[in-house]
Each structure stands twice: as C-alpha cells, then as structure tokens.
Design a binder for this molecule. Structure first.
Ligand code: KIV
Ligand code: NA
Length: 265
C-alpha cells in the first residue's frame, strides 16, 4: 500500500480530488478507518470529550495525546496521521512547542501535528516547522480557546473576524504549514479562504467548497448521540447496534443461553 504524504495531499488539491479525514483515538478504530481507505487520520484532542468525557478539550495532557497517537499509529498502514498538540503545550512558548512536537513525533511515530490559531502562535509554528515536522493549522472555531469566545457558535460572520482569519490562513501557508482545518464558518467565506491559499483546506462545518472534510468518527458513526450540530451527517447508528448487542448478551447470560456447548471446552 502506498502511504499518503503531504506531497500526495497537495496533489489532491491541485487535481481537485477531495481529501477525506476522520478522527481516531485507538488501535481498533484506527484499523477500521485506515483499512476503509481514509486519507488522513486525526488523533484529535476531541479525545478529551469523546474518550475521557470531559466537557472541553482543555484538560487532555500531552502524555495522554501521545498514548492515543501511539495506539493509532500501530494500526495505520496507509493514512497520514496528524496529532493535535493539546492546550498548554505550545501556546506562548516556542521552545515548549518544539519540545511537545518532537515528543509526539518520536514517541508515537505520527506524521504531523496540528495546532489552533494564527498570528498568535506564529513563533511556535515556525519553530516546529524548522525541525522538519509538518504542521496543520486550525482556524475558525478553535475549541482550545472556547473560554475566550464563550460559545460554540459559527465563527467569522463579522467582517473583522473574517479578515483576520483570511490573513491567518495566508500566514500559515507562507510560513510553511501543509494544510489548514477550518471549523464552523460560513460556506461562502470558507470557499474564499480555500481559493486564497494553495495548501489544502479541510472543513468541518465549513461547507462543500473546501479541499476536504473532517468529522469526529464517534459522531459520524452515531456512537456518541449527545453531540448533533447541523454540520454532522450521521452515517450509522452504532449506539443502537451496540445497545442491542449488549442487551442480547445480558438476556442470554441470564437465561443460560450463553455459552452453549460449542462455545464451551
Ligand atoms: O479534535 C478534533 O477532533 C478536531 C477536529 C474536529 C478538526 O480538531
Ligand atoms: Na482538535
């Protein structure tokens, strides 16, 4: 199998083939998602919500992200694996940012890191890139700064915020990021951003006119039924499937239906 690289992702934008991206946080899920043919697997800090049950992405630690990333990398044969650097491990200190990125790359074997923000984290991004680590940007709704914004509503609706976002996208391209995630912004504006940079722009709640799409895998599989934003398309209802399987198992245990003779030694 030919591995996906930043070069291949760039070619996909050039020839207008949309890039598919999903999250994964563990070996079993990453194996399924990779074997199905996904282009990019994101070990997102959404693991803080999805795996650990926190309300925000802020509490997850660098060690925990590396544990998830290591598990994912062991399963992946083809996809390009990107790991979120968690809150507090890169902002405001480019030396710490570099140290965090190097730990992720060395200890997990992942292929790139993702960070949230634009001009504010310029030095950190430059420093990580200078070590040869590919960096994916993340603009628009940036969950690590949720307490600054106060809500998870659509971003860049006002001209001032849109102007800064476009400048940040151009800055991230200029300093050498290989791609940018755009989260929860108007589709018409996301289109402009994607057309204004030559690197791939991957949307989540950013409409169809970007270079690829990303979703949280537990949300799109319907394992997690609590989170249903407008941008989410649920491709399965695994919560129902899993609930029925567990209930059937309980019933069979109670009724002595399980295990039967062929399931015994
Ligand atoms: O952590 C995450 O899952 C993400 C995606 C939603 C882009 O950052
Ligand atoms: Na994230």
């Amino acid at each position: 199998i030919k591995r996906i690289t930043t070069h291949i992702l760039q070619e996909m934008k050039t020839r207008e083939e949309k890039i598919s991206m999903l999250t994964a946080y563990d070996y079993s899920m990453a194996g399924i998602v990779d074997a199905a043919g996904i282009d990019i697997i994101l070990v997102g800090d959404s693991a803080s919500n999805v795996m650990a049950g926190h309300e925000t992405t802020l509490p997850i630690t660098l060690d925990q992200m590396i544990y998830h990333a290591t598990s994912v990398v062991r399963a992946v044969k083809r996809a390009f694996v990107v790991v979120d650097i968690p809150f507090g491990s890169y902002q405001g200190n480019s030396s710490e940012a570099l140290r965090s990125a190097i730990r992720i790359m060395k200890e997990s074997g992942a292929h790139a890191v993702k960070v949230e923000g634009g001009s504010e984290i310029r030095e950190s991004v430059v420093r990580i890139l200078s070590a040869g680590v590919p960096v994916m940007g993340h603009l628009g709704l940036t969950p690590q700064s949720i307490y600054k914004f106060g809500t998870y509503t659509v971003r860049a609706k006002e001209e001032e915020e849109a102007k800064k976002l476009l400048e940040d996208a151009k800055l991230l391209e200029e300093i050498g990021c290989f791609a940018i995630v755009l989260e929860k912004i108007p589709a018409s504006f996301a289109k402009i951003v994607a057309q204004s940079v030559t690197i791939p722009v991957i949307g989540i709640g950013a409409g169809p006119d970007v270079d690829g799409q990303v979703l949280v895998v537990h949300d799109m599989l319907g394992i997690n039924q609590e989170f249903k934003p407008r941008f989410l398309r649920q491709y399965a209802n695994l919560q129902a499937v899993m609930t029925k399987a567990v209930q059937d198992y309980i019933r069979d245990v109670k009724s002595l239906e399980f295990p039967n003779e062929s399931e015994s030694y």
